[in-house]
Design a protein around this ligand. Structure first.
Ligand code: COA
Length: 183
């Protein structure tokens, strides 16, 4: 699906929208590892997934990684307002991976949330057999904080989870920011 807006840069991060649901479904269908991001196998499930994230009364601040008018990824923060912390998470459709776009999007969003977004701490966890996710976290300035041993049982195998955090006071990473559009 292409909805390129000439006023918008080729690649940017901007709020997820309900009309991204078709691109979200395509992303979930693009790689088997997307199954762990949620149950999105039909247009109705994609609509419901996006609706839950964009609910203004919910805790989520979801941003699309947009390339040429298409939502090719998501960087989201699920906020705990009482503590001004956020659970940070991301995925990218298979065809857009491996080009450093997720790292740039994650770093851009993390910087924004820890400054204009008003949060003090961001945290995340990734399975240790998913090293690309750890590379994204480190590129976005997250510091490894621990290891949750044998946390998940996946296909009969126990898997460790590495935990990361980034504080407002931590040094920001060096990276090429993406334009961030708030609308
Ligand atoms: C994890 C994910 C978001 C990475 O997206 P991506 O667009 O490929 O990420 P980038 O291109 O920005 O960066 C990937 C980094 O991982 C590294 N990487 C990729 N595969 C790797 C591997 N098998 N071992 C070590 N590093 C690896 C790349 O080299 C790159 O790091 P570098 O720039 O330092 O070399 C993507 O694979 C995805 O959506 N996976 C499914 C959802 C998911 O796992 N989300 C995270 C949940 S915690």
């Amino acid at each position: 699906m292409t909805r390129a807006d000439p006023a918008v840069p080729h690649v940017c991060v901007r709020p997820l929208r309900q009309d991204d649901a078709a691109d979200v479904l395509a992303a979930f269908r693009s790689a088997p590892d997307m199954a762990r991001q949620g149950a999105v196998t039909t247009p109705a499930e994609a609509d419901a997934y996006v609706a839950r994230l964009v609910d203004p009364d919910g805790p989520h601040r979801p941003r699309a990684l947009e390339e040429r008018g298409q939502c090719v990824g998501l960087v989201a923060v699920s906020v705990d307002a009482a503590h001004r912390t956020g659970w940070f998470w991301y995925w990218t459709t298979a065809a857009a991976r491996g080009r450093g776009l997720t790292q740039r999007a994650a770093a851009t969003v993390a910087d924004h949330e820890l400054t204009a977004g008003g949060l003090h701490r961001l945290e995340l966890g990734h399975r240790t057999n998913n090293p690309a996710s750890g590379a994204v976290a480190r590129a976005a300035g997250f510091v490894r904080e621990g290891l949750e041993r044998e946390k998940f049982l996946i296909d009969g195998v126990r898997v460790d989870v590495a935990t990361y955090g980034r504080l407002r006071t931590d040094p920001p990473p060096s990276y090429r920011p993406l334009p961030i559009i708030e609308r």
